[in-house]
Design a protein around this ligand. Structure first.
Ligand SMILES: [Fe+2]
Length: 225
């Protein structure tokens, strides 16, 4: 029955659904902890103080720079295996392009991990996208993602994501953001988008942070999975 779902209905079908994956096979957290040399929950102890992030600064810390500069060599091999082996079943084997470099989120204590409440459609993202969040540390409680349950409802839910889980949500039509992390642990996660091939269309839209075109071979993979 699931296989009767059209690509255009898949984003709302997957909204707020969680999935477990084997961490031994995709050890993202262990890899990042060896890269940073500390537990991810403790990163705030070594990074100094920051003002509350706004949209321009929520990708600006040294934690982000270390992630992106090591991505290709250290993280990409596991990420690509994960995308190719684990994700197809979840998306009901619909063909897709994937975000080549996932977006790292860091929720420091007394700070937010996204700069403002928004829909990704405000930032040029298109309706052919799906969005997945992968929690690495402390993605719970105050440091959860806050999202509308139904588009434009202003009914909110907190989505948590313990390590070993991913969740999807409707990032295009539901307002979402983060509240102040009132715990004393750093929240770390990354998220990535897929572009469903059956409903993909080319446009001149660009990502706000990376300024790359939402096209296969730029923001998205050239390869179809
Ligand atoms: Fe978003």
């Amino acid at each position: 029955m699931d296989n009767n779902i059209d690509s255009s209905d898949l984003r709302s079908y997957l909204h707020m659904k969680s999935f477990q994956y084997p961490v031994a096979k995709y050890p993202f957290k262990e890899l990042l902890e060896s890269l940073y040399g500390c537990e991810l929950s403790d990163l705030h102890k070594y990074i100094g103080g920051f003002d509350k992030f706004d949209r321009q600064h929520d990708q600006s810390t040294l934690i982000h720079k270390v992630f992106y500069s090591n991505f290709k060599e250290k993280i990409k091999p596991i990420y690509e295996n994960f995308i190719k082996e684990f994700i197809p079943k979840i998306v009901l084997y619909k063909p897709f392009y994937y975000q080549i470099i996932p977006t790292l989120r860091v929720g420091l204590p007394k700070n937010v991990f996204v700069g403002e409440f928004h829909k990704d459609s405000f930032y040029n993202h298109q309706k052919y996208e799906l969005n997945f969040n992968l929690g690495l540390a402390n993605y719970e409680g105050d440091a959860s993602l806050v999202t509308e349950i139904i588009p434009n409802s202003k009914d909110w839910v907190k989505l948590s994501c313990p390590y070993g889980n991913i969740f999807s949500f409707d990032h295009i039509d539901c307002l979402h953001g983060s509240k102040i992390n009132n715990s004393n642990k750093t929240m770390v996660s990354f998220d990535f988008r897929l572009a469903l091939k059956e409903i993909y269309f080319s446009s001149e839209s660009k990502s706000v942070n990376m300024k790359s075109l939402f096209k296969p071979g730029e923001y998205f993979s050239k390869e179809v999975i």
